[in-house]
Ligand binder design. Structure first.
Ligand SMILES: *Cc1c(COP(=O)(O)O)cnc(C)c1O
Length: 388
């Protein structure tokens, strides 16, 4: 593959771009993997004349590769990588000014809720939590100061599906921006910009990195003016990941398509077990025809994902015991990696939302279905359920 074809990567298929976009062979050695560039500073030929890099917070070649690759996968003109999903979210929220208003989905990630309610709100930004499956409720919650509607789909941890196209229409009618957290679906299953979103947010810590070994975040968008503002903030605030972090995330993206196919498959097998089990009161997975968001998910996603939540008939106590009794599923926070994880959102990831409009049910258990053998996953869950 000649190096010059790399400038033309937008014509390639998703899987090819996941491996090659933004990653020309190293011009010095021919290395097929983008080098980790730890340099903090870059030589200038004359004052202000350089090869595109001055200082590593401002720009770094390893980060550039990740930004080019993931923005290409999202079909975005611009991409910015950060040290964590929260750092990406914080940088985006810094475009707001006192008096501005944000609408947050009422089932947002606990950390997003905490950032908006406890960090951004005290500085003078107001917010409202709204059920974004109800576009009339959204329309009536919009105020003349609403600048942003912040949606996740599918949501964490209730796996509610939001109709991006319908929410975009209401959001844009008031001149606000639609932000979609695409962490659960990934660009392989869903591309929010093509459905009307303005900014895509990722915790790349999850499926994009995919191996539970790197924390990172990402913003993808088309608008040149907003991108320039965010690039300014990325440098001015400086919440950027290390070159090694960026390398790991870029490596993770190469296998995103094959991993997501298997995550979806294994999740479907797990759901089949859960749906018939007497100890399980409800299974939440957009692939189930009985899921209220199934039709929207089938339209806007190319697969139903690897996250499955369930409610146990024995309430909080059964949920806590179940979460602590599996062996292949590790009891841990986080999601989206090769190993299967189980957690109790009410007491773990979403504990900060207790007592708020975003509180999650106490009998809820969340599974991140990994890439182990299907038989082992099913045996593990059924043994733990049978012992309840
Ligand atoms: C984990 C997560 C975040 C936060 O990302 P970090 O990388 O942990 O900072 C944001 N949104 C969703 C949906 C998440 O799952």
């Amino acid at each position: 593959m000649a190096d010059d074809v790399f400038s033309d990567f937008e014509s390639w298929g998703f899987e090819t771009r996941a491996i090659h976009a933004g990653q020309p062979h190293d011009p010095v050695s021919g290395a097929v993997v983008v080098p980790i560039s730890p340099a903090t500073t870059f030589a200038q030929q004359e004052v202000g004349v350089h090869r595109g890099y001055e200082y590593s917070r401002t720009g770094n070649p390893t980060r550039s590769a990740l930004q080019a690759c993931l923005s290409s996968l999202e079909g975005a003109a611009h991409g910015l990588a950060f040290a964590s999903g929260m750092a990406a979210e914080d940088t985006l929220l810094r475009t707001l000014l006192p008096g501005d208003h944000v609408i947050l989905g009422n089932d947002a990630y606990g950390g997003t809720y905490r950032l908006v309610s406890a960090v951004v709100a005290p500085v003078g930004v107001t917010w409202t939590a709204v059920d974004l499956t109800d576009v009339d409720a959204l329309a009536s919650a919009m105020t003349p100061s609403t600048r942003m509607v912040w949606a996740e789909t599918p949501t964490n941890p209730l796996l509610t599906v939001i109709d991006i196209d319908a929410v975009a229409e209401v959001t844009h009618a008031s001149g606000a921006l639609l932000v979609v957290d695409n962490t659960f679906a990934t660009p392989y299953l869903q591309q929010p910009l093509s459905l009307g979103a303005d900014v895509v947010v990722h915790s790349t810590t999850k499926y994009c990195g995919g191996h539970s070994d790197v924390v990172g975040g990402f913003l993808a968008l088309d608008d040149d003016e907003l991108a320039a503002k965010l690039e300014y903030l990325q440098n001015a605030v400086g919440a950027v990941g290390s070159p090694f972090d960026n390398f790991l995330t870029t490596r993770g993206l190469k296998t995103l398509p094959v991993r997501m196919d298997r995550h979806c498959d294994n999740a479907a097998a797990v759901v089949e077990l859960l749906i018939d089990h007497p100890r399980v009161a409800e299974v939440l997975w957009p692939g189930l025809p009985t899921h209220p968001g199934h039709d929207v998910a089938a339209r806007q996603m190319s697969g139903f994902g690897g996250m499955v939540s369930l409610r146990l008939s024995g309430g909080r106590d059964a949920a806590m015991r179940f979460a602590a009794s599996t062996k292949v599923f590790t009891l841990a926070e986080s999601l989206g990696a090769v190993e299967s994880l189980i957690e109790h959102p009410g007491a773990m990831t979403h504990a900060s939302a207790a007592g708020s409009p975003l509180e999650v049910p106490e009998d809820l258990v969340r599974l991140s279905v990994g890439l182990e053998s299907k038989v082992d996953l099913i045996d593990d869950l059924s043994l733990a359920l049978d012992q309840l």
